[in-house]
Every structure is written in C-alpha cells, then in structure tokens.
Design a protein around this ligand. Sequence first.
Ligand code: 13P
Ligand code: SF4
Length: 357
Amino acid sequence: MHSAIIPPDFRLPPEQVPETVVEQLQHEERDECIRRIKRLLRAQDATLVAHYYTDPDLQLLADETGGHVSDSLDMARFGHEADASTLVVCGVRFMGETAKILNPEKRVIMPDLHADCSLDLGCPIDAFDAFCNQHPDRVVVVYANTSAAVKARADWMVTSGSAVDVVRRLAEQGNKIIWAPDKYLGEYVQAQSGADMLLWQGSCVVHEEFKGRELAELKRRHPGARVLVHPESPAPVIAQADVVSSTTGIIKAATELEADTFIVATDKGIFYKMQQAAPHKTYIEAPTAGRGATCKSCAHCPWMAMNSLTKLLDTLRRGANEIFVDEAIITRARRPIQRLLDFTTRRGQPVYGNNDA
Ligand code: 13P
Ligand code: SF4
C-alpha cells in the first residue's frame, strides 16, 4: 500500500485561528431576537438549515420553523429538497457553498461569511491543483470541508458519514486515490478500506486537540462508559473508540447503545442534540488538555461559534451575506457532490460503524 505524504504540512498557523466567542444574550433580548427572526423567515420564504455544532438557539429555531439540523451530508440533501426560495445556512462557509452549488437558483445566506474551517483554509486550490496534476492516474476524492474550487477539481466529494464506503468501492474497482484535506480522516479511511491513498496534510483545529493518553486515563475512571469519536480525530483517539462516526452517527449511537455514559470526542455543540435524543444519559467531553495542548477554545469550533442569533437577525434584516459561486465552478463542483448524493441514496442512509481500525 502506498501512502506518500505530500505536501509536507498544511497546518493552519495558530495566529490564523480565531478565539471562540459564544454570544450571551439576556432573556428578553434573546426572545425578541427569536420572534423577529421567525417573522423574517416567513416573510422571506426562507428555511433555516443548521449544523449540530451551532448555538442551541439556532438549532431550536431551525426545528421550530420547519428547517433542519444535521450533519454536512444531510444539510446538503435537505437544502436540495427544500421548497423555500432562500436557504439560511448556519454552519461554516463550505456548507453555504455546497447549498449554493446544489441550488444555484436559490438565494443562500449565512449569518457570518467569515465562518471558515481549518480544513478548507488548509487546502488552497492552486497548491491542490498542482498536487493533483502530479498524479493524473489517481481518482481525486475530497472531503466536504473544502472550497467550491477544490470540489470543482475533484472526481468525488465525501462526508465523514460516507467516506469509507465511497473509497472502499473505488478501491474495489481498482482505483488509486488522492485524498484531501484531512490527514486524520484520510488515515482512518485508508485503514478501513485498504485503499492506496495519497494524503493531503490538513487537519481540523478542534478534533486534532483530543488527546489519546488523557482519554485512556478518563476511560479508566469511567469503566462503563462507551467512547464515541468523530474520525477527524488523531489515530490514538480513534483507536480507543467504541464507535467512530459522523455527527449524526454519534447521536444515533448514544440513543441506541445500552450504556448510560458516553465519552464524546467531537465539538461540544453536539451535546445539545444528544441530550434531546437521550436525556437520561450522561455525556462527558473527551480531554483536550494535557501534554502538547495548544487549542485556544477547546472542543468548540471558533468558526461555527460565529453563527449567532444577533448576526442571523441582522443578515435577514439587511438581506446581507449572500453566498455567490462562479457559474463555471458550480457546473464542475456539482458533479462530485451529486455523485455522493446518488451513491448514498442507492445505499440508504449511512449508519455508524464499530471501530475496527
Ligand atoms: P459531519 O459531516 O460529521 O457533521 O462533520 C462536519 C464537520 O465539520 C466536523 O468537524
Ligand atoms: Fe472545520 Fe473542524 Fe470547525 Fe468542523 S470543527 S468546521 S472540521 S474547523
């Protein structure tokens, strides 16, 4: 199996990672904000699509107004099927771009256009294009957490919930793979599928901070707990997981597994839905502190936190923060995304898998 590591490092310098700032509103201010947002959503024929890592109030608003809260694959699918003429995407920029690529005729807006993602930022199109050009014999598979331009350069887009199945199928058909941008997810997919993969060296600033040694200690203190891990985490963390899965799969596992205590290695925004789905269970954050800890805002994505009630209200009021994607890029980027949607539709919803890494 070939696993050359090229290019050497696409880790985002710490000074480019913002502090996580979570909006705190007084009760009356919050309620008034929610009332006004609901009115504007109706008036503008707009549907709210939110990721599990966003503020619980935004998730609640999406649920209460006929919108949707989910993982990145399902957000794309919902946005594609929704009737509304405006999609309000509460998440990070690549999610808004994916919604626009699949729905070029719709208006797609986001509370904050600076809501980036370290994986997307760590995979600039020019460097990635040059890398792909060096390996023309390989199928290019990119994670959803990439820019529209990177998707346009790809043969397939995958999400955390679908990556193993897609790459395994491609490998069975005799293909060799270029994978970008997350090296940890890439290593995991490689181990699961046995595929021949060249891995781009990007990483998620949130998941990268989960620590294997401290997780082992925490497990010893909670021997009955099951460990749920998102596959953007480093291998020593994944190795200790009972379940490795997408955000949807992690929530599903918490509801379906018999255990009543779970150690969770992903962004802590997910606890809101986990508590809703299985309220009597106990959820513990996987450790991020410890040897080598560098995170500024542990276990909560600084860019997801940029989505706030007041910014959403302001965006709707001003008609601001619209996502635009170049038409030629839309045409090319739609193909790898549509391939994934067709693949997962044929297979049915991906389920979480046990850890056999
Ligand atoms: P999911 O597709 O599992 O929701 O992951 C998206 C993400 O950005 C995780 O950090
Ligand atoms: Fe990107 Fe990580 Fe934030 Fe997910 S949690 S959006 S991968 S930086």
